[in-house]
Design a protein around this ligand. Sequence first.
Ligand code: SIN
Length: 533
Amino acid sequence: MLGIDRYLIDFDTKDIEKQYHDVIIIGSGIAGVYTALEIPEDYNVVILTKETIEISNSVLAQGGIAVSLDKDDSPKLHFEDTIKAGAGLCNEDSVWVLVNEAAQNIETLCKFEVEFDRKDTHQLSLTREGAHSKRRIIHAGDTTGKEVCDKLISVVRKKENVKIKERTFAVDLIIEEGICKGVIAYDEDKSSYILYLSKMVVCATGGFSKIYSNTTNPDVATGDGAALAYRAGAELMDLEFIQFHPTVLFHPENKSFLISEAVRGEGAYLKNVNGERFMPLYHELAELAPRDIVSRAIFNEMKKTKTSNVYLDITFKEKSYLEKRFPKIYETCLNYGIDISKDYIPVAPAAHYCMGGIKTDIYGRTNIKGLYACGEAACNGIHGANRLASNSLLEGLVFGRKIGFEVQKIINENKESLEFEDFSIKSKRVPKVIDKEEIKLEIQNIMTKYVGIIRDREGLLYAKDKINEHYNNIKDVENLNTEDFELQNIILLSKLVIESALEREESRGAHYRRDFPETNDAKWKKNIIKLKK
Ligand code: SIN
């Protein structure tokens, strides 16, 4: 068993610059920025982001946002589809909030001048994606995340009450007597630490798909929020459920570019290397089955045909239609010599989304007073064991707004000024040269091979030993910069995912155990929670 250190660095708060804010938000994807915009303007907010504000997973989201707008659709049907995809593990109260509050948040986006594709001036265009019983995905071409984030960022930049601190890595939380009082952060521009103090800290740091080698996520997705929250005593939940997106470009020069599920929503077929369509053999919804089922089917076909990819066929659509509906996908594939109006697109599954994260209630509250989480970093049970397509940008909006409403209450309830006592941390960490890139690659390979789409006890135990070895090699190494912190977080998250996957001796949603292929409701219709001892 690994003993996880409380802090990644040594420090004495007396020597560190301190800044006070009403709310600290860590992360600048849709959840972080939208939360900032939903906080009343009388409160001052700082957004800490380790890269620039434009870099996040949300920006890369292609397909769209799920919302029941059509006349033959309803929040109830959206609820039912979400619950079904979640394979028995969704928290129904959270899902009701998600589906009932979807439309009002989309209205807010329209007020922020987000331009979704429209049928006409009054109606938004709706597409379908996997496991949705209705057409309910609103979109902006195939770059929905970018359109939403660009507009939100331009609004937030104008807010006088919101300060944006880029290249600032949130290293660890400061907790005193069970209350979260702030964040110790590394300012890359100054190469020094700053202590951000506040009555409310919101983790909106996204997921941790970078524990895998092939992922649709940008390099920033290293689970920093989940890791710092865990070290500080927050509960993490459902970590074993990692969603592998079925259709990610498989090209020697690019194995991370998403081919949106909306392409299948518009009719594309999946074919194996022999040109045979296979999804009808696996599920009645064929290409539009839930993601976990499609990814496993592809994995199986690749194994059967001894290949590393399958194909997506949308060649029956007009070139002019494809250029207009999927401009980014069309252009990107063309850059790799694939004309999607004529050629099949080589695809394979890759890590895409973490259903698990920091355990919260519907108001984003964690088990630590003053610590909140939303977006992919959080886990309030809306996704259960497998997220329904296009519920993720929506989650960032709906639960970001809920936290925005909480601010007034929390800060007014707690009027006296923040008390903070200086303290220092001295550990056994020493300087040591290590090849961080090599260690990271090895961890990602182990996770992909043994903790990926199909798992079993033997592989998980092997992965656990390997990760422990890496942990032991770096646990006493001095952490000096963002790369060091990220590596520590990747190792921690890998370890926790493996432990959870070993514990869940059944198959459910995105967690498939070859040695326990059945779903076992009697024993396992429950969440696995990780809490630092
Ligand atoms: C996609 O466009 O396929 C991704 C949408 C999502 O992950 O919900």
